[in-house]
Ligand binder design. Structure first.
Ligand code: GDP
Length: 527
């Protein structure tokens, strides 16, 4: 008997939870729209993100996002395609919100890397790829914008291999590019798909087939024939294990704008991308097919709908079955919590989740009970690790124009820190709170939200600090000694863990030399 037949195991097998990583403008939004169209999740492409003055959409809820035409928030979109349930976790495009993106990438099992065919690997793609590599997340590559002038396919594959140290395995090969872009050729089953008719196609005998070469203008045929012959000669069988271990990426060529190549991509995600994998907790590995529900919160979003002031915690279910109304245990406090209205999100809508399985992402409405990094279980005392916090690169003191509101500010900052909007540090010498961010736009978001949601007008003042590191020590008493010797440079984070704030890189390394038993870290896992 097949042991993999429990409802949980069947549900897990169908799920694909992924994100798209790319450099701004490579086509992530366009591709997202097209993927959602395939899933029937939206009727009209263009509904995901109304850029620069288009109609407002759900993901456009925040004033700042509308103003700047950038996607500030991370959200999730669930859609079904064929036998599979896809959970696409959206990540903010702007690098100032990279913390959000990094946290979101802890909740996916695979990623699609979108590359602009004319530009190749760009800075942000590389950065995000490195984050994926930390967890060996399998990557499927989509080379986009073949309908424009593109770089040579070999050149692009070579760049992926060299700059990312990632093996490539082309699945399709572009037939021409720019004006002469005719379609793609599947290298293994020799199937041709034509632009604008991607649901049909025909099989040819290989690179020599006149039906294939006839798709291109005469003067391009010889070069294409040579190129494709080389590609076919170099072709190896697709190594699924190497892909799933994060060492090799299958590569597709297409045009998101023309909705071409997207079907092959989504089919590949269904066929190759792994179902939800086990998640590491502090004490053990949690398998997705376990009976009892577990999950962790990687994102908090407030005020998604201005008509209902709510706060939604996005939780990735890691095992078992989450059902509406179930009682869960919040690991951080040990307290019970009833999941009375868990929600699923679609491109334009959300609905109550009656049940969810490993790999699914549910939104849990709450009034501040849940924070980023929280673990929920069905009773077990278990904590997932690995939703990181990054050392801020910009630190500011907050100047409150109305000092009577200091208490309100403190509460508001606590909330913002729990949501991951900014990090808040309380200096141990009793001076005013310091906020730390990785990207400057986070400060704008903080300022706008404090004003809009709490009626707190604030300004920022520079601090003398430019570097912040979490500190710890294995040697008894050493940390206290260090703290006492540096009181004006020590602050406590949200969990009351100490950080050392340095004015320059030089002063940090000077202290490190003098205090070899103090460990400094620029990343912290949430508890
Ligand atoms: P994002 O910043 O990565 O989300 O990129 P967008 O999806 O917003 O695309 C950036 C620009 O490139 C937009 O003007 C798109 O219309 C355009 N674009 C996206 N995909 C394609 C494509 O396949 N071909 C062409 N020619 N343009 C595209």
């Amino acid at each position: 008997m097949n042991v993999q037949t429990s409802p949980e195991a069947q549900a897990v097998e169908r799920r694909r939870t992924f994100a798209i990583i790319s450099h701004p403008d490579a086509g992530k939004t366009t591709l997202t729209e097209k993927l959602l169209l395939f899933g029937g999740a939206i009727q009209l492409a263009g509904a995901v993100k109304a850029k620069r003055g288009g109609a407002a959409t759900r993901s456009d809820w925040m004033g700042i996002e509308k103003e700047r035409g950038i996607s500030v928030v991370t959200s999730v979109m669930t859609f079904e395609y064929g036998d599979h349930v896809f959970n696409l976790l959206d990540t903010p495009g702007h690098e100032d919100f990279s913390e959000d993106t990094y946290r979101t990438l802890t909740a996916v099992d695979a990623a699609v890397m979108v590359i602009d065919a004319a530009k190749g690997i760009e800075a942000r793609t590389r950065k995000l790829f490195e984050v994926c590599r930390l967890r060996d997340i399998p990557i499927v590559t989509f080379v986009n914008k073949l309908d424009r002038e593109a770089r040579d396919p070999f050149d692009l594959l070579d760049e992926v291999e060299k700059t990312l140290a990632l093996d490539t395995s082309p699945v399709t090969w572009p037939i021409g590019s720019g004006r002469s872009f005719a379609g793609t050729y599947d290298l293994r089953n020799r199937r041709v798909r034509l632009v604008d008719k991607d649901d049909a196609g025909f099989t040819v005998t290989g690179a020599d087939d006149p039906r294939l070469l006839g798709l291109l203008p005469e003067h391009e045929r010889d070069a294409f024939h040579e190129e494709l012959s080389l590609a076919e000669a170099a072709l190896e069988p697709f190594d699924l294990d190497a892909f799933r271990q994060g060492h090799l990426t299958p590569v597709f060529f297409g045009s998101a704008l023309r909705n071409f190549g997207v079907r092959d991509l989504i089919d590949a995600m269904a066929a190759f991308a792994p179902p939800p994998r086990g998640q590491q907790a502090a004490t053990r590995l949690v398998e997705p097919t376990e009976k009892r529900m577990t999950g962790f919160v990687f994102k908090i979003q407030a005020n998604m709908d201005p008509n209902h002031r709510d706060r939604i915690a996005f939780m990735r279910v890691c095992s078992g079955r989450l059902t509406r109304g179930m009682k869960a245990r919040l690991a951080r406090t040990g307290k019970p919590m009833t999941l009375s209205a868990p929600q699923f999100f679609f491109a334009q809508d959300r609905s109550i989740a009656e049940e969810a399985f490993a790999g699914d992402v549910v939104g849990i409405p709450n009034h501040g009970t849940l924070r980023i990094g929280d673990t929920l279980t069905e009773g077990e005392d278990l904590v997932f690790r690995g939703v990181p916090s990054f050392a801020p690169e910009i630190m500011r003191r907050i100047k409150l124009t109305d000092p009577m509101k200091a208490k309100k500010l403190k509460e508001a900052l606590q909330q913002m820190a729990e949501e991951g909007v900014v990090q808040v540090f309380q200096p141990v010498d009793g001076s005013g709170a310091i906020v730390g961010v990785v990207g400057a736009l986070q400060l704008d978001v903080l300022k706008e939200r404090l004003q809009a949601e709490y009626g707190l007008p604030i300004d920022f003042e520079p601090t003398r600090f430019s570097i912040c590191r979490w500190i710890s020590s294995d040697r008894a008493g050493e940390l206290d000694k260090f703290v006492n010797a540096h009181t004006s440079s020590i602050a406590l984070d949200l969990d009351r863990e100490p950080v050392f704030m340095a004015t320059t890189a030089f002063s940090l390394s000077y202290e490190q030399e003098r205090w070899p038993d103090i460990r400094v870290s620029d990343v912290k896992d949430y508890q």
